[in-house]
Design a protein around this ligand. Structure first.
Ligand code: SF4
Ligand code: SF4
Length: 308
């Protein structure tokens, strides 16, 4: 595809986070793309799941219906109505995630905001390039995250190509549940990749994420064999009671023992982002399960020892 066409390619993002020192080497700009084929119970970015922009209601910022009623009658689908205690109720079965998001645009206090914006590649790269000086000094660059960035394949690949033309190093955070052809093309454009493995048992994987792990492990195997020089960091978010067993850690260690070129990092469970479930009218599926202090360190130790 010509650069001109890449620059015009549109996609839906929900955040651009600058000066990050996580999610890849050096100082990075993280571009969060909307849309994900998984529905992990512990997901800290519930606004990433839908591929479309969507309204979110924050009661704490709403002025209250005794002071403001701007959003009530403006929705073309009549999805907004009075809720309890002078609050607003957005009927998610009626809301069509309309393009205009007028409910959010008329709100004076960010009581309703929109998660997600449509942007083209040129707009994103212009924002990413503003920090080139930090990338060159630190070995950083742009990281595509989500959601699952490759769930918008044309947009994600165009972003990677355009960054490559500008000599911006690129990283990708992926759940791996994507067609191999897309992952293969992305890998050829990347400086590094962060690849999540949530459970080695497919049935358990499906319980926690909504899908089995067959294609995820097969893609990882192909990636590590075909791109031996691409830095690959396999990561597991360690969720108490779901995947923190010794058996699971040993199975992952045995898998990684066949791939010396892969790094591994166990990530501790956290509850950041639970407030966003309420903003979207959703319940947080894990309730108040324990944080599992030390579980990630133990998991890391067992994986490292098994693959040694
Ligand atoms: S996003 Fe559109 S359809 Fe949904 S509540 Fe707001 S105005 Fe109505
Ligand atoms: S427009 Fe905003 S402040 Fe006014 S009632 Fe709606 S959500 Fe509340």
């Amino acid at each position: 595809m010509a650069s001109f066409e890449d620059r015009k390619t549109n996609g839906v993002i929900f955040n651009v986070q600058k000066y990050s020192v996580h999610d890849g080497p050096g100082i990075r700009t993280i571009v969060f793309l909307k849309g994900c084929p998984l529905s992990c119970l512990w997901c800290s970015n519930p606004e990433s799941r839908s591929a479309k922009p969507q309204p979110a209601y924050n009661k704490g910022r709403c002025l209250g219906l005794d002071k403001c009623r701007r959003c009530l009658d403006i929705c073309p689908k009549s999805a907004v109505s009075p809720g309890p205690d002078k609050s607003v109720f957005i009927d998610r079965n009626v809301c069509k995630f309309c393009e205009t998001q007028v409910c959010a645009s008329v709100c004076p206090s960010q009581g309703i905001i929109t998660y997600g914006q449509t942007k083209n590649v040129a707009e994103i790269i212009e924002s990413v390039e503003q920090d080139s000086v930090f990338y060159s000094r630190s070995g950083g660059g742009m990281t595509l995250s989500g959601g699952e960035p490759l769930a918008q394949p044309s947009f994600a690949l165009a972003l990677l190509r355009e960054a490559g033309k500008r000599r911006i190093r690129t990283a990708l955070e992926t759940c791996g549940h994507v067609p191999w052809e897309i992952l293969n093309e992305a890998a050829g454009l990347l400086s590094s990749i962060l690849y999540d493995v949530k459970h080695m048992d497919s049935a358990k994987h499906k319980e926690g994420t909504g899908v089995g792990n067959e294609s995820i492990l097969e893609n990882l195997n192909k990636l590590l064999c075909k791109f031996p020089n691409l830095p690959v960091l396999v990561r597991t978010p360690v969720i108490p009671g779901f995947n923190d067993s010794e058996e699971n850690a040993k199975a992952l260690g045995a898998f990684l023992a066949r791939h010396a070129n892969a790094g591994f990092e166990a990530l501790p469970y956290h509850r950041l982002g639970t407030q966003k479930y309420a903003f979207l009218g959703l319940d947080y599926p894990l309730g108040d399960i324990s944080l599992g202090q030390g579980a990630a360190e133990t998991f890391q130790h067992i994986v490292d020892r098994t693959r040694a």
